[in-house]
Design a protein around this ligand. Structure first.
Ligand code: HEC
Length: 154
């Protein structure tokens, strides 16, 4: 309610104070112009990225199989780095596994990790908060994600 009253007042005041006032200017804004600017910036960014990649610099880091799937489905709980120490993860009970934990890495084999990912925590006696991903990620890709989980532990 207060904002609804204040908004016109604020605009009026800024019209009085400022040298330019948009109160009556109808001709400036063109969505098409805005869109053209947007696509132009997008293309420039793409070109710059391609150039950086072609040079074999830091931008040309090889995409590890499984990384993208991990980043799509797992980071929300396990974190980009696998440490599961983001604000959401810390609030969970039980906490998502810290995938960089070497002691844990040493205790489990790939088949176990694949099963947890495919069938969920409940399938191996862990919390069901660790959901089954078999419907979203096929076996081949689960293998890649397992490899990525292993890499997080290195
Ligand atoms: C909604 C949050 C959430 C998401 C998303 C999630 N996890 Fe988990 N994950 C958990 C929790 C919580 C645990 C711990 C379960 C426990 O200790 O009972 C866990 C445990 C694990 C474990 C350890 C199992 C063990 O033996 O201790 C692995 C491996 C794992 N998750 C991999 C993944 C992968 C890979 C993905 C993405 C495909 C993923 N998780 C997505 C919450 C999540």
């Amino acid at each position: 309610m207060r904002n609804a009253i204040l908004a016109p007042v604020t605009l009026a005041v800024s019209c009085l104070l400022a040298t330019s006032c948009d109160w009556n200017s109808k001709d400036d804004y063109s969505p098409k112009k805005g869109y053209q600017q947007f696509t132009k910036e997008q293309e420039e960014a793409k070109a710059a990225a391609a150039k950086a990649g072609a040079g074999g610099g830091a931008a040309a880091v090889a995409v590890v199989p499984g990384k993208q799937t991990y980043e799509t489905f797992c980071v929300a709980c396990h974190g980009v780095d696998g440490k599961a120490d983001g604000p959401g993860a810390v609030a969970m009970n039980p906490r998502p596994r810290n995938l960089t934990d070497k002691a844990w890495q040493g205790k489990v084999d790939d088949a176990h990790i694949a099963k947890v990912i495919k069938e969920g925590g409940a399938a191996v006696g862990l919390s069901a908060t660790m959901a089954p991903w078999g419907a979203a990620i096929n076996d081949e890709e689960i293998k890649n994600v397992v490899a990525y989980v292993r890499q997080l532990g290195k």
